[in-house]
Design a protein around this ligand. Structure first.
Ligand code: NDP
Length: 291
């Protein structure tokens, strides 16, 4: 019998991720809280806009929502059918993954935590990195489907492991952003050519994804296009720090990064791209990182 796929949450990431699924040749159902987006997606990519009752009847159900709480609420109201696999691409909480995995498992549904990295451009190109936790057989069944939007799908361990890796990755990204902004501030105050300095760093050991592309594309040109909201990065940092706290890990840099990124209140952070966090540093130093 032909299998079907559903994608729930057509936001900055989900919109593009779901656009790659029709090439698999299976029916692809999409649902979004704002219905018009799902209808537009169907028109543009050959997916089918459906209601949630229909979406959760699919064999492979993707979700890409802001938080684990959003996913839990949705699953509680609309439980998926037995035999299906729920692939949660939200950057979520490991404890929630373990809870959902156990709860859905009682109804013969496999839950995989499968957060993604690679920004909206990676989602658009279908080259995302997927860090996957959960049942290994379910992972093997889902792999050909997930590969439609991924450049790398890495199985990282039992349920919750994918979310844990994603949280750590994003604290590292935040660290690189903040540290690079500090470095460029020092150099600008030294009257060094910031663009040339960045080029040197990108050919040296201080290079990172932030130095290589994000800093020039979003900060130095002052465009700060909102593709990944700052409040979502604040959430990811908190997930990482909660894990550290649960285990009593001694993580001074991660703690500092959390404090620095909390400088901008959540309501304001919802409206900003994550890179705009450097404005705090710019104000402290009265130095604008403009080139
Ligand atoms: P967006 O804010 O762009 O999209 C969120 C999506 O979730 C929208 O479709 C929104 O619907 C829907 N939504 C929000 N709240 C609810 C709810 N309570 N119930 C049902 N649907 C809801 O987020 P992103 O796409 O940027 O992020 C999604 C996830 O992916 C997050 O966990 C994020 O941390 C992660 N991520 C984001 C990256 C990025 O670069 N943006 C990169 C990697 C991971 P509506 O259209 O109605 O608002």
């Amino acid at each position: 019998m032909s299998q079907s796929i559903a994608f729930i949450g057509l936001g900055a990431m989900g919109w593009h991720m779901a656009s790659h699924l029709p090439k698999l040749g299976l029916p692809v159902y999409v649902w979004n809280r704002t219905t018009e987006k799902a209808e537009l997606h169907a028109q543009q990519f050959g997916t089918q806009a459906v209601n949630l009752e229909q979406a959760v009847q699919a064999d492979f159900i993707f979700s890409c929502l802001p938080t684990s709480a959003d996913v839990e609420q949705l699953i509680a109201q609309y439980p998926p059918k037995a035999g299906s696999i729920w692939i949660d691409c939200t950057s979520g909480v490991p404890d929630s993954a373990r809870k959902l995995s156990q709860q859905l498992g009682q109804n013969q549904v496999a839950y995989l935590d499968a957060p993604v990295s690679g920004q909206t451009i990676g989602a658009e190109r279908g080259t995302l990195t997927v860090m996957l936790g959960g049942n290994k057989q379910a992972y093997q069944r889902a792999l050909p489907i997930i590969s439609a939007f991924a450049g790398l799908v890495e199985y990282v361990g039992c349920s919750g492991s994918g979310f844990a890796v994603k949280a750590v990755n994003n604290v590292l990204m935040a660290t690189h952003l903040w540290a690079l902004a500090e470095g460029l501030t020092i150099l600008k105050q030294q009257l060094v050519d910031v663009k040339a300095a960045l080029n040197c760093i990108n050919h040296s050991s201080g290079k990172s994804t932030v130095s290589d592309s994000i800093m020039a594309q979003k900060v130095l040109n002052r465009s700060f296009p909102k593709t990944f909201a700052l409040n979502l990065l604040q959430k990811d940092i908190s997930i990482g720090l909660d894990l550290a706290q649960q285990q009593d890990s001694n993580v001074p840099i991660f703690e500092s990064i959390q404090a620095l990124f909390k400088e901008i209140p959540k309501a304001q952070a919802e409206q900003m791209d994550f890179t705009a966090a450097v404005s705090v540093l710019e104000q402290w130093n009265q130095t604008v990182l403009e080139v």
